[in-house]
Design a protein around this ligand. Sequence first.
Ligand code: SAH
Ligand code: SF4
Ligand code: F3S
Length: 481
Amino acid sequence: MYSEINLDKIDTASALPAEEPARQYYFMAKCREWVRDFEQKNGHLPRACVVNMGCQMNARDSEKLRGILRKIGYAETDSEEADFVIYNTCTVRENANLKVYGRLGVLHGYKKKNPHMKIALCGCMMQEPSVVEKLKKSYRFVDLIFGTHNIFRFAELLFTAFLSDRIVIDIWKETDQIVEDLPVERKYPFKSGVNIMFGCNNFCSYCIVPYVRGRERSREAKDILQEIERLVKDGVSEIMLLGQNVNSYGKNLSDPMTFAQLLQEVEKIEGLERIRFMTSHPKDLSEELIQVMAGSRKICRHLHLPLQSGSTGILKAMNRRYTKEQYVELAGKIKKAIPDIALTTDIIVGFPGETEEDFQETLDVVRTVRYDSAFTFIYSRRTGTPAAAMEDQVPEDVVKNRFDRLLKEVQDISREMAERFTGTQQTVLVEEPNRQMDGYVTGRLSNNHVVHLPGDASLIGKFVNIRLEECRGFYYMGRPV
Ligand code: SAH
Ligand code: SF4
Ligand code: F3S
C-alpha cells in the first residue's frame, strides 16, 4: 500500500517515475531531504499551517495537503506565523474571495519577519484566471499557486517552490485523472469524509463550482470501498460520502452503478456504524435511494436537500430542473418513508428577477416542508456564470430585507422542529470536549442534531445512549441512560 511507504527507502538519485502516485512519493522523498536540511540549519522542524476556507470537499482536500506535509516531516501548527502557510480557497460567493485578499496582507507582514516563510494558495478561487492575474500583479510575495485539478501534485509543486525564487504557478483547466493512494491526515480519528465523485455537470446558473471543479467524475466503487475499509480498520466509525451531486454517482463509470447501489455496498462494511452523504440534488433523488435509506441501519436520519428557491419561475432561471410542486412532493415522500428524518436545505435570496411573489413562494415551501435547519445565502454575482449577465439584479436593501425575514422564519421553525425529539432516547457519537461547560462533551445524533452531555475526554469517538432531556433551540442537553 502506497500510503505506508517509507520515504527513506526511495532512491532520489534514481530516475523520476513516470506513473502516479509513484512520482509524488519520489517528490515527497525529495521534500523530506529538504526538511531535514532545514531542521539542521534552524534547530527545529519547519512548521506548516493549512487553512481551509471552503466546503466539505475542500476540507477533505486540506486533509490530503496535511497528509503530505506530515509525511515529509513538517510540524503542524494552527498559527499562521509559520514556515509554510497554505490557504485552500473557496470562491462560491464574493465574500469568500475578499477574505483571502485581506488575510494575505497579514501574511505578508509575517513573511517580512521570517524570510524562510513560504506562502501557497490553492483551491477553487485559483481556477479563476482573473484571480491569478491579480495575485501575479499585486501579491508577488506569494510563492506557490495551484488549482483544484492538480492538487495530487502538491509534493512536486512544493519541491519546485523550494528551489525557486520566483512565484510558481500551475493551474490546469481540466483533468480526467483521479490519483488514488496519497497520504491523508484526518481531523477526527473516528470520522472521515470520503470523496465518491469530483466536479459537477449541473451548471446551476448562479454557481461557479462547475467552472472551478470541472466535469463530473466518479471514483470506482472498489476504490471507495477499499478506502472505507481501511478507514474503519484505522478507527473510523462514521463516514460522509462527498460529491456535489451524489445522486448522479456512477453514471460515467465503465461499469455504471447507482448511488443507492453504492450505499448498499458501503452498508455491508463491518465495523462501520454511520453513513452520511452530501449533497443531494433533488432532480436526481431516486425512489430507489429513498427505499434504501428507509431500510438501512447505518445511513443516518438526515438528508440535506437544497431548495435554492421556492418559485418555479426562479428555479427555471436557476436551471435547477425541478418545480416547486415536484420539490414539495419529493420532500413529503421522504418524510413519509422515513418519519424520523431531519431535512435541511440551502436557500438563496435575491436571485436576479426575484419578485416579492417569488420570495413568498420560498417562504411557503419553508412553512410546508418545515426544515430542521436551513443555510440561507444572499445571492452573490459570480463573473462568468449565466446569472451574472441577467437583467433585474435585485437591489441590496430589498435582498437584505427578504434575507432577514427568511432567516427569522427558518429559525422559528427549526426551534419548533427540534422540540419533537425532546424526551426520546437516542445514540450520540461524542466528538469533542464542550468548550463552554467544564465536565461536558458534545456530539451528534444520527439526524445531525448537536447534543451536550456530561462526560470527559475518554468518551470521544464513542457511541453513547442518551435521553434528550431539554431542547435549547439549536441543541439538546442529554443524559446517558
Ligand atoms: N452542490 C451543492 C451546492 C454546493 S455550493 C448543491 O447543488 O446543492 C453550496 C451552496 O452555496 C449552494 O447550495 C447554494 O445555496 C450556495 N451558492 C452557490 N452559488 C451561490 C451564489 N452565487 N450566491 C449565493 N449562494 C450561492
Ligand atoms: Fe453548483 Fe448546482 Fe453543481 Fe451544486 S449542483 S455545485 S449548486 S452547479
Ligand atoms: Fe467553495 Fe469550491 Fe466548495 S467554490 S463551496 S470550496 S467546491
